[in-house]
Design a protein around this ligand. Structure first.
Ligand SMILES: [Zn+2]
Length: 254
């Protein structure tokens, strides 16, 4: 998943500042043929920029979701988070039994012409990864009843307005919402076991963090540097066998 954050702080929904106890995730799609996320957010270099001024970061729209999934500037697929996850979104109005706005995180998948299998597969996957991540964050079981639903399913449950999304789109490419839930559940479970690639990424991040920390014993380090035992850089980073050997050799040669 490629996740960026650009909160729509000028949107009345953001300004309302209400929060919810998250009980699920509602999947929407935009209903407009425009796969670019920057149609809906101001954007930037990576996301792409909205030049028409019709993004949702402005007052008077009466709608807002927590994220958009679609194309970024480089043509790749990504997600932009637009509200804090536990904010109360304005995404599904209400049905006879209440409103999913009070219970569900919402995201919009940016629609294209609904005729491109590659685009569909890419946003479907990104959306499933996002949903799995949210289920993990809020400790939701992806397969529990009513946790992951689309807008149309929300309507059938009496907690949303009567919109067709995403059931006018997924079936065109042989996918049901049950498939989507299964995929989210698979990713949710996979998350528990770190893969080798994930571990490498984690270690890289960890080392960057260590390398950015200042020395814990600056005077002693300065002395060691003076003695030629170390170059003094990355004082808190891990040491390799080679570096240890070089330091020991420098000490032995004194
Ligand atoms: Zn919808």
């Amino acid at each position: 998943m490629r996740l960026r954050e650009q909160f729509l702080t000028q949107n009345d929904c953001y300004q309302a500042g209400r929060t919810i106890q998250v009980q699920g995730v509602m999947v929407h799609s935009t209903g407009i043929d425009n796969p670019k996320v920057c149609r809906y957010v101001p954007g930037d270099e990576e996301i792409g920029r909205n030049t028409a001024g019709n993004h949702w970061d402005r007052p008077g729209l009466n709608k807002c979701v927590h994220a958009f999934v679609g194309r970024f500037a480089d043509g790749g697929i990504g997600t932009v988070q637009t509200l804090p996850w536990n904010a109360r979104g304005w995404h599904c109005a209400r049905g006879q039994k209440g409103s999913g706005n009070n219970t569900h995180i919402s995201f919009e998948i940016c629609e294209d012409g609904l005729d491109n299998p590659e685009y569909f597969q890419a946003v479907y996957q990104e959306a499933a990864e996002l949903t799995a991540m949210l289920c993990r964050t809020f400790q939701l079981d992806p397969l529990a009843d009513g946790v992951i639903i689309c807008h149309q399913e929300g309507y059938r449950r009496g907690i949303a307005s009567n919109h067709g999304d995403v059931l006018h789109w997924f079936p065109k490419f042989g996918r049901t919402m049950d498939d989507f839930r299964q995929e989210a559940a698979r990713l949710w479970k996979e998350d528990e076991d770190m893969t080798y690639d994930q571990w490498k990424e984690y270690m890289e991040q960890y080392r960057k963090e260590l390398a950015s920390k200042p020395a814990g014993m600056p005077e002693l380090l300065a002395e060691a540097k003076e003695m030629g035992l170390t170059d003094g850089s990355r004082p808190r980073d891990l040491v390799t066998r080679e570096e240890a050997a070089v330091m020991a050799r420098a000490a032995a040669n004194r």
